[in-house]
Design a protein around this ligand. Structure first.
Ligand code: 6R9
Length: 658
């Protein structure tokens, strides 16, 4: 960050780094030599990572990129993903190890060993087969975060039927369009789900989706969770608990080619139509297992792992189901929200199970900061030894808080950059190897080739910003967009010929470490200066009054774009704000603060104080909607918001007070 602000005579200081704890370095799964091994021969490096899996036919081939940008990895190998995630652990004598520690929102719980998971998954695979689902058929899964969601995904994988998980918070409309796009033959859902102590419908949304289309669906398998009454279509709908009774626990996993599709996962793009990202089996599993083992340093016999993501997102696919289970993790899955019935719920769960590895998102950390550190302080978090972050950049303020308050100043933080499309982690420090740097995802993992390119497609110098690009194919890369190869080529491979454009801006610092700057549509251009929304948000949340901030570039006649910031104040800041002269004075003070932190050019034109920010259900701030407010436009489509009343609240709060 420039320190050229008049009156700011502090010398620019390099960001603080945190060397790995010595005992971790000694025992870590990851070694610095991984970088050398990958640098010597990248393809040989990946080939030897296939040993992390159990193959029916081990591959002799590594990469075939002759049909670029569609890659084939380990293509002559044959395997089954569910066998790798479950059966092999029983074969190696670990059937009694707990696989899932399921915590329900109301505090009740259930445990499943690997042997029990195999029984459940085998039953469900038999039921699906009886319902006519065959290898290659697509199955939509629309379930809350309960063990059956994991069983459903693995049951599909077991018969080679690609799953398409649709997040349980999505509408009937969103579900229908995803079912139709994939041509799903069956849907697995539940009668309902518990959110914030209330039973909400889920099956009703499936009924609505199927009433208005989605004709490919022949059967709906329904898990009983809330016990609520549901409408029933005889011949189509089947209760899981009834079908389960008569289903055998014997089921032979179907071995498939490494390039057999494992799943489709829909993600939003720049247009309205979501993209069905296609992942295949062998390469995806190799990289999910490799990254999970090395980035989270999993020791299967002693660790208790918890990733807070829902299986509706890619993080739930790669770091709840496939990566951890292939590596034989014992893990927590939690049905509910972080604040039900109280704001210490997550920390209580860590204490209850002795969680050692915790993977979550910056937005969750900032929310916990907003609630106050006295809440986690009530719980024993000393079992934790490693923390992870994903989803957006973690601003240094939140990073330090996470390390100090949750990690007790002892746990390394891995800030992991990746996407639905990349399938697995791409850029991250390695615990035990990398000295971590607050706010930076730092370096591509061994085996991954990333660059920051200028507009002209040249690598930028250290200290400069540009576009994040992946320059070589990687095993868990998307194989395409379901049914739309042209869009696949246009979206990712046309901006920089032959290279994968991630859509993110990034900066390389003086050490060559990578800092993510947000989606490129979130990079602002003010008077010809490129400014990052993330950088300004980070400065704002670095101020003691601010809990959360979102920054947008609003069009401006003179400067091209102008910086407009929306901030939520901390609960405890009210008195200080009053003393400073009220909200208007506070806004001005925050503008000056950004000017001081980054430079006068970054000073927001307006700082608007609000009580909520519009977020998607995966926790990403919808800057598009804030831009509408900042530009005095009618607010656009709020369909994907977690809470659609937020925009009303923001606008009411900003309306001139009469
Ligand atoms: C895994 C996931 C992908 C987008 C990605 C980027 C942002 C994810 C990040 C990060 C900065 C990190 N993102 N991790 N930005 N630092 N550690 O989130 O997938 O939902 O597809 O989102 O999220 O902008 O392009 P997905």
């Amino acid at each position: 960050m420039p320190h050229d602000v008049p009156g700011d005579d502090a010398a620019p200081t390099a960001p603080q780094t945190f060397p790995p704890p010595a005992d971790l370095s000694q025992n870590a799964n990851a070694r610095a030599t991984l970088y050398d091994e990958a640098a010597r021969d990248r393809l040989a490096f990946w080939k030897s990572r296939t040993a992390l899996l159990s193959w029916d036919t081990p591959p002799t081939q590594t990469l075939d990129f002759s049909d670029a940008p569609v890659a084939r990895w380990f293509a002559d190998g044959r395997l089954n993903a569910c066998h790798n995630a479950v059966d092999r652990h029983i074969d190696s004598g670990h059937g009694d190890q707990v696989a899932l520690l399921a915590e329900y929102e109301d505090g009740s719980d259930a445990q499943y060993t690997y042997a029990q998971v195999r029984d459940e998954v085998s039953r469900m695979a038999n039921v699906l087969t009886d319902l006519g689902v065959a290898t290659g058929d697509r199955v939509a899964i629309y379930l809350p975060m309960i063990p059956e969601a994991v069983f459903a995904m693995l049951a599909c994988a077991r018969i080679g039927a690609p799953h398409s998980v649709v997040f349980g918070g999505f509408s009937a409309d969103a579900l229908r369009s995803r079912i139709e796009d994939a041509g799903a033959k069956a849907v697995i859902t539940a009668d309902g789900q518990f959110r914030r102590g209330k039973a909400l419908g889920l099956k009703a949304a499936v009924d609505e989706a199927l009433a208005s289309g989605a004709d490919s669906v022949e059967h709906v398998l329904v898990v009983r969770r809330t016990g609520a009454d549901v409408a029933w279509t005889a011949g189509r709908d089947v209760w899981w608990h009834e079908a389960r009774e008569g289903a055998s626990t014997e089921h032979e996993p179907v071995m498939v080619d490494a390039e057999h599709p494992l799943f489709i996962l829909y993600t939003s793009g720049t247009t309205g139509k979501p993209k069905g990202i296609v992942h295949t089996t062998g390469g995806y599993l190799v990289q999910a297992a490799y990254t999970h083992r090395n980035v989270f340093d999993l020791k299967p016999a002693t660790d208790v792992y918890w990733c807070t993501a829902d299986v509706g997102w890619i993080t739930g696919h790669s770091y709840v189901v496939y990566g951890p289970m292939v590596n034989r993790a014992t893990q927590v899955i939690y049905e509910g929200t972080p604040h039900t019935p109280h704001q210490g719920r997550w920390w209580e769960i860590i204490q209850k199970y002795g969680v050692t590895i915790f993977y979550s998102s910056p937005t969750a950390i900032r929310t916990a900061m907003k609630w106050g550190e006295e809440i986690p302080a009530r719980f024993d978090l000393t079992s934790l030894r490693l923390l992870g972050s994903v989803g957006e950049s973690i601003n240094p303020e939140a990073w330090h808080w996470y390390r100090r308050v949750i990690g007790g100043d002892r746990c390394p933080i891995v800030d992991t950059w990746w996407q639905t499309e990349t399938g697995a982690i791409m850029i991250s420090p390695l615990p035990g190897v990398t000295a971590t740097k607050p706010g930076s995802a730092q370096v591509p993992l061994p085996g991954i080739s990333a660059e920051v390119l200028s507009d002209a497609g040249e690598p930028v110098a250290d200290g400069e910003a540009g576009y994040l690009v992946l320059t070589e194919p990687w095993p868990s890369m998307l194989r395409g967009i379901w049914g739309d190869e042209q869009r696949f080529r246009d979206t990712y491979w046309s901006r920089f010929e032959g290279r994968y454009f991630a859509g993110d801006g990034a900066r390389k610092d003086e050490d060559g470490d990578i800092w993510l700057l947000g989606r490129v549509d979130d990079v602002m251009n003010v008077s010809g200066h490129r400014l990052s929304t993330t950088e300004i948000e980070s400065a704002l949340v670095g101020h003691e009054w601010v809990a959360e901030a979102a920054v947008v570039g609003a069009s401006d006649e003179t400067t091209g774009q102008a910086v407009v910031a929306f901030v939520i104040l901390r609960e405890g800041a009210a008195a200080d704000v009053e003393a400073a002269g009220g909200e208007a004075a506070a806004s001005e003070a925050l503008r000056q603060h950004v000017g001081r932190e980054i430079g006068p050019i970054a000073k927001p034109k307006k700082v608007l104080i609000v009580t909520e920010l519009p977020k998607t259900r995966s926790g990403k701030i919808m800057r598009r909607l804030l831009r509408d407010v900042a530009e005095n436009r009618e607010v656009g489509d709020t369909q994907t918001l977690a809470d659609s009343s937020v925009m009303d609240l923001i606008q009411k709060g900003l309306a001139p007070k009469s």
